[in-house]
Every structure is written in structure tokens, then in C-alpha cells.
Design a protein around this ligand. Structure first.
Ligand SMILES: Cc1cc2nc3c(=O)[nH]c(=O)nc-3n(C[C@H](O)[C@H](O)[C@H](O)COP(=O)(O)OP(=O)(O)OC[C@H]3O[C@@H](n4cnc5c(N)ncnc54)[C@H](O)[C@@H]3O)c2cc1C
Length: 379
């Protein structure tokens, strides 16, 4: 299998590299989670959009470039190489947009996709609730139709960027009598509507990137229903599959982290410690595997199962934790002083939880990739 760039890919890579060298903001960038970082990210997003690099894989009729998955991977590789940030509205572009393209009416596509691509309107995903995370289909936020509007009441939690968002892809229960997966609908909700309260949550890393959101008699036009009533589960699966698949481009930054980790071991005189060497070696193998897996997934050489996103997400998120745990092992009692590595360690704990926990990914792979029996339902 030839995984080298084709001539067309090589030309594109050099074009992106030259553009980034001339335009990418050099690190350090503003600290994550701050308002300054949000505005900085949005400004950078607009620059990428103006240069035609936002929505690389989106079809041209929606303002994208219609690029192949391989070009998308090359673009992300070059971004990582330049240590430049990605798109600030990535939740919209990579998670919500695929659902709007698959289930939206032409009017919805026309209304929402362009301002999403330009980062004029920032999006969040209102899925999880205090009693509905892994078992998302148990969600209780309800929407009752009242003429040509829905009236929404309930609570969401862990909503990334809810405090910055203009719009929310919101899952609600519209058919309380139906079996739980069939009673869910998806609404596109204006976050500036009366009745919405957003409260940022403080994470253990010190950042505040996600929120609790409360909906009290929030009125949403019925024209903002995405898909049919009761079709929300299918819409959700489109979003979650796209979210997990976006991890397939994360190998470049991961490989750099492993190189930084090796440099840390050398700087601390731990490069000959057999335990540290073994851990570093394993991290290097896993990062390489992630890259090869990503290339294989976009090469169309194998028969894809549609589960590559779950596999990559599992591999990447667990590797992130091993990288930071190894850093703590290297730093020993001085670890708390090295705030960047410690921040990474604290931040990495959530990665095996977001977008479906590791246990849920493993259940999915056991059942769908290996054909093992479905897990027993809780009584
Ligand atoms: C960084 C981050 C960002 C997030 N962003 C968003 C967002 O933008 N929007 C949003 O809606 N949500 C978001 N979430 C929430 C996330 O989707 C949920 O946290 C996740 O689905 C798990 O749900 P839970 O926290 O309720 O845990 P639970 O579902 O209560 O799980 C608790 C534990 O039980 C295990 N478990 C549960 N069920 C099973 C099972 N059937 N088999 C084996 N083990 C099981 C889990 O693996 C976990 O270890 C985010 C979470 C994080 C960490």
C-alpha cells in the first residue's frame, strides 16, 4: 500500500505549508478557556475561511471545498506542523453540520451553514443531561408543540461552549409515549431566546469550557425541527459519528507530544530509566499506529466498517492519558510546578468521557465490529 502523497496531494501540502508559514499565529497562543482565547480563535477561523480552508470537506454547494478525506488530513497535518490552532467553530463545522446536511430542509441548510462556516454564529451541542449521558436515549428535556412552535423545558449539562454559542443542536423528548429512542426530536435553538440560562462549570484544570443550561418555557419555531418528529436519534448518531471521526486527524499533534515527552525525559536526566523508556516506546508505537490508522481510513484500501471513528477515539484518548501520566512519572514530586504538563494531565481525564466513554466505545466495537452479543439491558 502506497501511503505517500499523490502529486496533487503534494501540491496541496506545499500550498498550505507556504500559506501557514506566512499567516499562522506563532505560539504561545492565549490560554484556553479565556475570553481572549475565544476572540483570538474566531479571528483565526475567519482568516482560514477567507483563504478557503474552512469546511475543506464540505460540498461546494454549501460553501466548502469538496476536498477528499486525504486532503483534509493533509491540511490538519500542516496545521499541526505549524503549531497553529484549528477552526474555532469546530463543533458546528465537524459535528452539527453533517446532521444539517443529512437531515435539514433546503431552507435550514441555506440559513445555518454559511454563518457557521464563517464563525459568525457559534454552535454547541445540547445532548447530555444529569440523568442521561451514556444512556443518552433516557433524556428528559421535553418539547411540547403549541401551534407552530415548540415549548421547551428541562436541563442540559457538560455543554461545551454553551456560554459562547449563538445556536444549539438540542435533543428533546417530543413523544413521551413512544419507546425511548423513538420519542426524541432535534431542534435548532437560538441561544439568545428568552428562558435560557447558561452557567459555566469550573473544571479541575481551571478552565471553564462547558456549562449547565436550563430551559424554562423556551419557544422554538417548528420550522427549526431538524429531521422529522421522533427522528432525533438518527440525527444524533450522524453527529456523534462525525464527532468521533474528527479524531482521525489528531495524530500529528499527538506525535509532537511524544517527541516533547522524550525531550522532557532527556532534560530531566531520565532518558536511561528503563521504566520511562518502556513507556515512551509504547507512546511512540501508539502515536504511529494512530497515524497509520488515519491513513488507512482515508485511503479506501480496506473495507471500512463505519466504526473507525470509535476505534481512533478510543486509541487517541487513552494515549493522551498515558502521555501525561508518563510526564508525571518523569517529573516526580516537581510535577505540580510544570503547569503545562499538569494542565494536560487534568484536561486529559475528560477525553475518555467526551463523545461517548471508553466503555461505551468498547461495547460498540464488541457488538458491531466483532458481532458479540448485545450487552444485557439493566433491569
Ligand atoms: C470534555 C467533555 C466535553 C463534553 N461536551 C459535551 C457537549 O458539548 N455536549 C453534550 O451534550 N455533552 C458533552 N459531554 C458529556 C459527555 O457526552 C458525557 O459525559 C458522556 O456521554 C458520559 O456520560 P455521563 O457523564 O453521564 O457518565 P455516565 O453515563 O453516568 O457513566 C459513568 C460511568 O459508567 C460507565 N458506563 C455507563 N454505561 C455503561 C455501559 N452500558 N457499559 C459499561 N460502562 C458503562 C461509563 O463508561 C462511565 O465510566 C462532554 C463531556 C466531556 C468530558
Amino acid at each position: 500500500m502506497d501511503l505517500r502523497d499523490t502529486p496533487e496531494e503534494e501540491t496541496f501540502r506545499l500550498e498550505v505549508r507556504a500559506w501557514l508559514e506566512a499567516n499562522a499565529p506563532k505560539p504561545p497562543h492565549p490560554a484556553r478557556g479565556s475570553d481572549e482565547s475565544f476572540e483570538f480563535g474566531r479571528e483565526w477561523h475567519r482568516k482560514l475561511y477567507d483563504a478557503g480552508y474552512a469546511g475543506m470537506s464540505w460540498p461546494p454547494e454549501h460553501g466548502g471545498r469538496g476536498a477528499s478525506p486525504a486532503l483534509q488530513v493533509i491540511f490538519e497535518e500542516e496545521l499541526g506542523r505549524a503549531e497553529a490552532p484549528g477552526l474555532s467553530n469546530h463543533l458546528g463545522i465537524f459535528h452539527v453540520a453533517p446532521a444539517i446536511m443529512a437531515f435539514g430542509t433546503p431552507e435550514q441548510q441555506e440559513r445555518y451553514l454559511t454563518p457557521m462556516l464563517t464563525a459568525e454564529e457559534i454552535w454547541c451541542q445540547g445532548f447530555s443531561e444529569p440523568g442521561a449521558g451514556s444512556d443518552l436515549a433516557s433524556l428528559r428535556t421535553k418539547a411540547v408543540q403549541d401551534g407552530d412552535e415548540f415549548v421547551v423545558n428541562g436541563q442540559k449539562v457538560w455543554t461545551t461552549w454553551g456560554h459562547h454559542a449563538d445556536w444549539c443542536q438540542l435533543l428533546v423528548r417530543t413523544e413521551p409515549e413512544a419507546p425511548k429512542h423513538k420519542g426524541i426530536s432535534c431542534l435548532l435553538v437560538d441561544m439568545h431566546s428568552p428562558g435560557i440560562t447558561v452557567r459555566p462549570l469550573k473544571q479541575m484544570s481551571g478552565d471553564s469550557e462547558f456549562n449547565e443550561m436550563f430551559f424554562d418555557d423556551v419557544r422554538v419555531s417548528a420550522t427549526n425541527l431538524l429531521g422529522a418528529r421522533g427522528q432525533g436519534w438518527a440525527v444524533t448518531m450522524t453527529t456523534l459519528a462525525s464527532e468521533r471521526a474528527s479524531v482521525l486527524t489528531f495524530h500529528v499533534r499527538t506525535k509532537k507530544q511524544v517527541r516533547d515527552l522524550a525531550a522532557l525525559a532527556r532534560a530531566r536526566g531520565r532518558e536511561e530509566d528503563p521504566l520511562i523508556r518502556a513507556r515512551l516506546g509504547q507512546c511512540a508505537i501508539d502515536a504511529e499506529t494512530l497515524q497509520l490508522f488515519s491513513y488507512w481510513s482515508v485511503s479506501n484500501r480496506g473495507k471500512t466498517t463505519g466504526l473507525e471513528g470509535s476505534m481512533a477515539k478510543l486509541l487517541w484518548s487513552e494515549l493522551q492519558q498515558r502521555i501525561y501520566e508518563t510526564a508525571m512519572e518523569i517529573l516526580g514530586p516537581e510535577a505540580p510546578l510544570e503547569s503545562e504538563w499538569l494542565h494536560g494531565l487534568l484536561d486529559s481525564r475528560g477525553l475518555t468521557v467526551a463523545a461517548g466513554t471508553s466503555e461505551i466505545q468498547k461495547n460498540l466495537l464488541a457488538e458491531r465490529a466483532l458481532g458479540l452479543p448485545r450487552e444485557p439491558k439493566a433491569q
